[in-house]
Ligand binder design. Structure first.
Ligand code: ACO
Length: 329
C-alpha cells in the first residue's frame, strides 16, 4: 500500500577526517599555490582519511552520529543505501561492508552511483522504498575517499577534492524535517567530461592502464563548470515549479560544494543573494556524494534552519547527473 505521508529525516550526522591539508601544504608537493586555489575555487583546506580508513570507515563514523542524533537503534534499520564513487571495492557494495561494521541486522543494502548527485538520488530512492511500506527505517549515506582516486601529478584536479561522509536516518514515522519534493536527471552523452576511465569492463586494469594513469579521476574542468551552473539552475527551477513554489519561499539553498565560483554563478542566474546559500567547501573541498550531507549537517548544527523553513538541496556530478530535493523544517 502506498502511503502519502512525507519521509522524515529523523537524524543526521557527518564526519570529516582529522587530517587537514591546507593549500599551502599542498603547494609543497604539487605545482600550485594558495592564491590560485583560493581565487579559482574558494577552497582553503580539505580533509583526507588515513591510509587505514576506507570509504566504509568514513561512512561508519557518519552513520553512528546520525543514528545517535535520531535516537534510533541499529537494530531498527531495515535498509542501507550508500552513495559513493569511491567504494571500498568494486564489489561487494560498501553498504554491505557498512552493515557489518555497524552490526545491523541482515537487511537490504546496496550502493548507488550518481557521483556528486548521489546523496540526493539516494534520498529519492529511499523515499520510494519507504513509500512502498516494505521498509520502515532507512540509513542513507554519502561517503567518499576521493584521495584514493586523485592523481597527485595532475594539479588541475588534485587540489579540488577532499574526503568525508554524511548520513541521514529516514522514516515515514516520527518527527523531523520532511522531504517534500525530489527531482533527478541525467545526460549520459559525454561521459569523458568527468570520469575514472580504467578499472571497469570497458578498460580493465592492465599494466598499460596503470602506466597511463587511467585509474585516476579525469576532468574537463571548464566544460563541467558551464554544465554545472546550467543544470543546477534548471534543476532548482523545475522542482520548485512542480511544487508551485517560488525561490522567495526558500530560506536556504545548500548546493553541491564543488567550487565557490559555481555557487556565485548560480546565485546570479537564480537572482538569489549569496547569503541564502550555505557553503562549507572552503574547509572540505569537493567531497562528491558526501558534500550535501556534510553541509546540511553543519547547517542543522548551527541552527541555520528554523521550523517551517524550506531548504533546497541541489547537486550535479559526473554522468552528468543532477538532482534537487526540497526539505521542510
Ligand atoms: N595551480 C596552478 N595553476 C593551475 C592549477 C593549479 N592547481 N590548475 C590549473 N592551473 C593552470 C592551468 O594549467 C592553466 O594554465 P595555462 O593558462 O598556462 O594553460 C590555468 O591555470 C587556467 O586553467 P583553467 O583550467 O582554465 O582554470 P579555470 O579558471 O577554468 O579553473 C577549475 C579550473 C577550478 C577546475 C574550474 O574549471 C572548475 O571549477 N571547474 C568545475 C570543477 C568541478 O566542479 N568539478 C566537480 C564536478 S562533479 C564531481 O565532483 C564528481
Amino acid at each position: 500500500m502506498v502511503t502519502e505521508k512525507y519521509t522524515r529525516i529523523l537524524g543526521i550526522g557527518a564526519y570529516g577526517p582529522s587530517r587537514v591539508v591546507t593549500n599551502e601544504q599542498l603547494s609543497q608537493t604539487v605545482d600550485t599555490s594558495d592564491e590560485w586555489i583560493r581565487s579559482r575555487t574558494g577552497i582553503l583546506e580539505r580533509r583526507f582519511g588515513s591510509d587505514e580508513q576506507s570509504t566504509s570507515d568514513l561512512a561508519l563514523e557518519a552513520a553512528q552520529k546520525a543514528l545517535a542524533h535520531a535516537g534510533v537503534l541499529p537494530d531498527e534499520i531495515d535498509l542501507v543505501l550508500v552513495a559513493t564513487i569511491t567504494p571500498d571495492m568494486a564489489f561487494p557494495s560498501t553498504a554491505c561492508v557498512l552493515q557489518h561494521k555497524l552490526g545491523l541486522r541482515k537487511v537490504a543494502c546496496f550502493d548507488l552511483e550518481a557521483a556528486c548527485s548521489g546523496f540526493l538520488y539516494a534520498l529519492d530512492v529511499a523515499d520510494s522504498m519507504l513509500a512502498s511500506g516494505r521498509y520502515k527505517k532507512a540509513l542513507v549515506v554519502g561517503a567518499e575517499k576521493m584521495s584514493s582516486i586523485m592523481d597527485w601529478e595532475d594539479r588541475t584536479t588534485c587540489v579540488l577534492f577532499g574526503d568525508g561522509a554524511g548520513a541521514a536516518v529516514l522514516s515515514k514515522e516520527g518527527e523531523g524535517p520532511a522531504l517534500v519534493g525530489f527531482y533527478c536527471g541525467a545526460d549520459g552523452s559525454n561521459p569523458s567530461l568527468l570520469c575514472q576511465p580504467a578499472g571497469g569492463s570497458a578498460l580493465p586494469a592492465s599494466s598499460e592502464t596503470l602506466s597511463s594513469r587511467k585509474h585516476f579521476l579525469k576532468m574537463n574542468g571548464r566544460e563541467i563548470f558551464k554544465s554545472a551552473v546550467r543544470v543546477m539552475e534548471s534543476s532548482c527551477r523545475t522542482l520548485l515549479e512542480e511544487h508551485n513554489l517560488e525561490l522567495s519561499d526558500v530560506s536556504l539553498i545548500i548546493p553541491h560544494q564543488a567550487n565557490m565560483r559555481i555557487v556565485e554563478s548560480l546565485s546570479q542566474r537564480l537572482e538569489v543573494p549569496m547569503n541564502k546559500f550555505y557553503c562549507n567547501l572552503e574547509r572540505y573541498g569537493n567531497t562528491s556524494a558526501a558534500s550535501i550531507p556534510l553541509a546540511l549537517n553543519e547547517a542543522v548544527q548551527k541552527k541555520a534552519l528554523s521550523d517551517g523553513d524550506l531548504c533546497l538541496l541541489v547537486a550535479f556530478g559526473a554522468g552528468l547527473t543532477w538532482s534537487s530535493t526540497i526539505v521542510r523544517f
